[in-house]
Design a protein around this ligand. Structure first.
Ligand code: GUN
Length: 285
């Protein structure tokens, strides 16, 4: 049986640590401010965004929630981003993805000021991540690294396999693991003999988007399994990309869904917002 990695507890600990920092910044006249923009009515996005707003409020941030209809024009959305770029009370801007059809994600992300890009999606921040010079760490991969650290899981020299090559998770995850001295393999939907590769993983990161895709036979005995998935199973119950029952028989550590990586993404977003407010204070001198 494996040890369950409690993302909820680690997230609470990180957020508790940020509370004091947020209060200090507020006392110095820079109350951390986070703007969350949600376009459209995707129910999963609505839940994520609500959780982000709630976390920001609990930490005493100034939080601004902007909800837009799914037929919002690109120009209107770009104008809102521009306004937030110029708003001194806002240190972090997050535009929830995916955007409704017809809106160009690349164009919208490019408009976000890199100094306020707390998702670390802007090309300037992505480039820095590649070079290992971070202003902001990408939230979900950073959350995974924090969990590994918290549970004393070594990455140096280990075979880490990420399944999924998205800009949000797979690619930046590979970078962070590589910077942490792991030997990294990225697999994706076109990978041949996937199970042969996953069975060699000391650390397996599942970011596929398919319910219970990773089964016990695909996992090495004693592997650390991190589940980034957020799906609904046949009974409409929340589940990850990992078949928890069969994989937990073999893994040494495993993250549950919910309560694993999800809460960490939010904690890292809060951390980036505090960092951005700190940067602002430093600039002000
Ligand atoms: N959609 C799914 N995950 C994320 C995230 O971390 N940030 C944003 N902006 N959108 C997302």
């Amino acid at each position: 049986m494996s040890q369950i990695i409690d993302g909820k507890a680690v997230s609470a600990k990180v957020r508790e640590g940020l509370k004091g920092k947020a209060a200090e910044l507020t006392a110095k006249g820079v109350k951390p401010g986070l703007a969350v923009v949600l376009a459209g009515d995707d129910p999963a996005s609505a839940v994520y965004v609500r959780n982000k707003e709630k976390a920001a409020n609990e930490l005493g941030f100034y939080s601004k929630m902007i909800k837009l209809p799914s037929d919002v024009s690109e120009e209107e959305l770009l104008n809102i981003v521009r306004e937030l770029n110029n708003d001194d009370a806002i240190h972090g801007i997050l535009v929830q993805l995916p955007l409704p059809k017809g809106l160009d994600e690349k164009k919208v992300i490019a408009e976000i000021s890199p100094e306020k890009d707390v998702d670390a999606f802007h090309v300037q921040n992505v480039g820095k991540i590649m070079l290992g010079e971070y202003d902001f760490l990408p939230c979900t991969p950073a959350g995974v690294m924090e969990l590994l650290k918290e549970y004393g899981i070594q990455t140096r020299g280990k075979n880490a396999v990420a399944i999924g090559r998205s800009n949000i998770v797979g690619k930046p995850m590979a970078m962070l693991l590589m910077h942490a001295d792991a030997t990294v393999t990225i697999c994706h939907s076109k990978t041949e003999n996937l199970a042969d590769i996953t069975r060699r993983a000391d650390i397996l990161i599942a970011a596929i988007g398919k319910a219970k895709f990773i089964t016990g036979d695909m996992v090495k005995e004693g592997a650390v399994v991190i589940d980034v998935g957020m799906n609904r199973d046949e009974n409409n119950k929340l589940c990850g990309d990992v078949d928890f029952d069969s994989v937990s028989e073999k893994a040494s550590f495993i993250t549950p869904v919910p309560g694993g990586v999800g809460p960490m993404t939010i904690a890292m977003l809060m951390k980036n917002t505090v960092k951005s407010a700190e940067n602002k204070l430093l600039k002000r001198g």
